[in-house]
Design a protein around this ligand. Structure first.
Ligand SMILES: O=P(O)(O)OC[C@H]1O[C@H](O[C@H]2O[C@H](CO)[C@@H](O)[C@H](O)[C@H]2O)[C@H](O)[C@@H](O)[C@@H]1O
Length: 379
């Protein structure tokens, strides 16, 4: 959040302001003994959580101001639907790979995380997309959980913010005993710690009405969406106190959620790079098999080995996501100068993405156009 100079308040004022906003401080315990820097941290989280899922303005005078802001933001991050022809021009002759975030991208944001279902239309389109392009779901969710929503075995799944990656499986129950497709779990040694913190957080937050702790296997989510805003600071503080005891874990923010994860250097951007590299190896494997069948493929084998999927100009990754955690992946694509990042948002946000889509319905339309374009260009 940007601070305007006239709005900057000193630590004592902040302390009073924050204390006043926490009627449940006594219930949650210990909060008023915080140092000013701890309060600043908590305030920053709260600001960030608030900004992550802004409520829409209703007043008509400010709505024209808002529209102006949206219009100028859209100049730099135009609609991927309006720009489809230009995107199609840049994709021509390249191998497209699609990376899709789940919540807020494929499914609408809802109050109950257990009910974030995709529409039937979205599932059908996703199935079509996977028929034409290698496709990965990259999500903060536990991999099994997101699979139970998506239910398509032909996709790659990168759960726990990319810390749990598995490739496509033929079976309809891909998580049952088929470990051959397991690609990457860089945080596996943190599993017992995450379990421990999950139990502690469940206990510590049970007195906050509406608070929910979700176990995403290699990371945890503490949900604020159904908590009265007046209790947000107290809840955030409770999380911070628990985390103080676990220096190997860190906090990040999502849409009305605080996420607890291992301090390893791994995020959705790393998962994207890993998948691009793995897909490159996969294409080598396919060509290797062809080589056995026909010696003429030797030449092709050498070329593919050199270029791979990860650093090839021949590959066009499309990453679509709505959250702060997706920015790591947008940044990777921007730095590589490869493919495009598309942010799902109807309000202006700081982003490394090049294009925007307003909501999951527009994501579905974009994906459908991609399939239609592929079909028409291969006829
Ligand atoms: O990486 P994502 O697929 O976007 O997952 C990020 C978090 O998504 C979920 O929470 C968000 O969606 C919920 C359902 O719509 C909503 O209630 C919540 O407020 C949002 O933050 C999921 O429940 C989290 O575990 C993920 O980390």
């Amino acid at each position: 959040m940007k601070n305007h100079e006239s709005n900057v308040v000193g630590p004592d004022v902040m302390l009073i302001a924050l204390a006043a906003s926490i009627p449940n401080a006594a219930v949650l315990g210990g909060f008023l003994n915080l140092s000013s820097s701890q309060i600043k941290d908590t305030n920053n989280w709260i600001d960030s959580i608030r900004a992550s899922s802004p409520t829409r303005t209703r007043s008509s005078s400010s709505s024209s101001d808002n529209q102006d802001k949206i219009n100028s933001w859209m100049l730099y991050h135009p609609s991927a639907l309006n720009m489809f022809d230009q995107i199609a021009y840049n994709m021509k002759g390249k191998k497209i790979v699609t990376f899709l975030d789940y919540d807020g991208t494929l499914s609408p944001i809802v109050a109950d995380p257990d009910k974030a279902f995709m529409t039937k239309k979205m599932r059908a389109t996703l199935k079509d997309i996977a028929r034409h392009f290698p496709t990965a779901i990259v999500t903060g969710r536990c991999r099994d959980k997101v699979y139970s929503f998506v239910k398509l075995a032909q996709l790659y799944y990168a759960g726990s913010h990319g810390m749990d990656i598995k490739g496509p499986t033929k079976s309809r129950t891909p998580n049952k005993g088929n470990d051959k497709a397991l690609l990457c779990q860089p945080a596996s040694k943190f599993l017992p710690m995450i379990e421990e913190v999950y139990k502690i957080l469940l206990e510590k937050t049970k007195s906050v009405p509406g608070a929910k702790v979700e176990n995403n296997k290699f990371c945890l989510s503490v949900h604020f969406r159904c908590v009265d805003e007046k209790c947000w600071a107290a809840l955030a503080e409770q999380v911070r106190l628990v985390l103080n005891e676990y220096p190997k874990l860190k906090l990040t923010q999502g849409r009305k959620v605080l996420e607890i994860r291992p301090t390893i250097k791994w995020d959705k951007g790393k998962a994207l790079e890993f998948l691009l590299e793995s897909l490159g190896q996969y294409s080598v494997l396919i060509i290797n098999i062809s080589y056995i069948i026909c010696i003429m493929h030797l030449f092709q084998l050498t070329i593919t080995f050199v270029i791979g999927y990860d650093n090839s100009n021949d590959v066009f990754p499309i990453y679509i996501g709505d959250d702060r955690t997706d920015e790591d992946a947008f940044k990777v694509l921007r730095n590589r100068g490869q493919g495009i990042g598309i942010l799902v948002s109807r309000v202006p946000k700081d982003t490394e993405a090049s294009y925007t889509l307003k909501d999951p319905a527009e994501v579905e339309q974009f994906l459908r156009r991609l399939v239609q374009w592929k079909r028409s260009s291969t006829q």
